[in-house]
Design a protein. Structure first.
Ligand SMILES: C[S@@+](CC[C@H](N)C(=O)[O-])C[C@H]1O[C@@H](n2cnc3c(N)ncnc32)[C@H](O)[C@@H]1O
Length: 407
């Protein structure tokens, strides 16, 4: 086969109607390595039509679901991270009536007076909180967990997630769960001030902002009747999808920088998850599992032959085995002629470039898919797990959107 050339594009320029990556409800949750919505919008506009079903087996924070809904497409979203189940009802609010500020404030006032308590079942919760802050947070959470669920409780819950990270020893400016010296002294200084008022104010402010974002979303989607189904907390390699789909749009985990479950641990504990459940999920995360088969593809074989370190070969094998298992499982649900749009980087491992898109292309073109094209988008910034917006995440300079079509 002749050497395939990528089409150099800028998705931000191709989709000028989206100028803010956090528009509408896209920014309600922090999530590492999110899609920029422009990539998804471009794929939806180019490869799907109204009423189509789109599947995303690595849905993360649901960018594909929100863009699909805005463009009147249906979506099936899957992810190992159970946070998806809490994110989607807020990002893609199922209610058609605008939410009322007055209702939200009544609920917040009751929460502040509440006598309930909830302490996460996290053995080292004390490592992350000074006792007085834990006490106030547990009272607020106790209230929210003891009343009937509604969009208002979900809004407050999401504000409490952000507040519970902010008022803890964990660095709240980065996605990764990490206790820093800077944050410890920040909390110590805060404790000398009117911190209870500040904590309460944060819950109020974030809740109100979320309600406004949701109302904007409701206002512009009054007639949308399409569906977004979601299932967080599952391994996409095995989950049986109940629909025949018209397209797949997804971005698999990065080869090295990921630890989504560990990153989400504090949120998951507050949402009521138990230690053992979280551990079980973390064991299923790509690429922290043993490969159960070795993927054969020309480009992958040549990386394997030059890689010397056994641990890196294992990492590579695990990554491709489980990423492909999950992709293949979802791609089995595609109708013939359906398109798969897979957004990946090409990181280096021990100084050796790993062209993920090419490896996926080689694998799937042997199995009933036709290569359509590959777009190359030069990376501007992307927040991964660390502090800074990373100009060059994982050693990558470009990201690629691989387009395959089912024969
Ligand atoms: C690059 S992120 C996707 C981000 C998403 N595109 C967004 O915009 O929010 C990759 C996702 O793969 C998920 N993941 C990792 N292992 C998985 C598995 N075995 N099954 C399903 N999802 C998995 C992670 O939880 C993470 O959310």
């Amino acid at each position: 086969m002749h050497q395939i050339q990528s089409d150099l594009v800028s998705f931000r320029e191709l989709v000028p109607e989206i100028s803010d990556t956090g528009y509408l409800t896209h920014a309600i949750f922090y999530y590492p390595a999110k899609f920029i919505p422009q990539v998804v919008r471009y794929a939806i506009n180019t490869y799907t039509k109204e009423g189509d079903w789109i599947i995303d087996p690595f849905a993360g924070s649901g960018t594909v679901g929100l863009e699909a809904y805005l463009c009147k497409r249906n979506a099936v979203l899957l992810d190992l991270n159970p946070l998806l189940n809490h994110i989607i009802p807020l990002k893609i609010c199922p209610y058609k009536e605008r939410l009322k500020k007055g209702h939200l404030f009544e609920l917040l006032e009751e929460m502040v007076q509440s006598a309930h308590h909830f302490i996460p079942s996290w053995s080292n919760v004390d490592y992350w909180y000074p006792p007085e802050m834990l006490e106030v947070l547990s009272k607020y959470w106790g209230y929210i967990k003891n009343i009937d669920r509604s969009p208002y409780t979900q809004i407050v819950e999401s504000a409490l997630l952000k507040t519970s990270k902010h008022f803890s020893y964990a660095e709240h400016r980065i996605p990764k769960l990490y206790r820093s010296k800077r944050k410890k002294s920040y909390i110590e200084d805060l404790l000398k001030t009117e911190w209870k008022d500040k904590l309460k104010e944060m819950v109020y402010t974030v809740s109100l902002k979320t309600l406004q974002d949701i109302n904007n979303f409701i206002s512009i989607t009054p007639k949308h009747k399409n569906r977004v189904e979601y299932k967080g907390g599952i391994d996409s390699s095995h989950y049986q999808v109940g629909h025949a789909c018209d397209a797949l749009i997804t971005s698999p985990p990065y080869l090295q920088a990921q630890e989504y479950i560990r990153t989400a641990k504090m949120d998951l504990f507050w949402l009521g998850f138990e230690e053992e459940e979280i551990r079980k999920l973390a064991r299923l995360e790509i690429p922290y599992r043993k490969a159960d088969r070795i993927i054969q593809a020309k480009t992958l074989d040549s990386v394997r032959t030059v890689l010397e370190r056994k641990d890196l070969i294992n990492l590579l094998d695990s990554y491709f085995c489980h990423t492909i298992n999950a992709l293949e499982n979802s791609m089995n649900s595609l109708k013939s002629n359906a398109t798969a749009c897979i957004f990946v980087g090409n990181p280096s491992i021990d100084g050796i470039k790993v062209e993920i898109w090419r490896i996926l292309m080689e694998y799937f073109t042997q199995r009933g898919f036709i290569f359509e094209k590959v777009y190359e988008d030069k990376i501007k910034t992307r927040q991964l797990f660390g502090a800074r917006k990373n100009k060059n995440p994982d050693g990558m300079k470009s990201e690629y959107l691989l387009i395959l079509r089912k024969a």
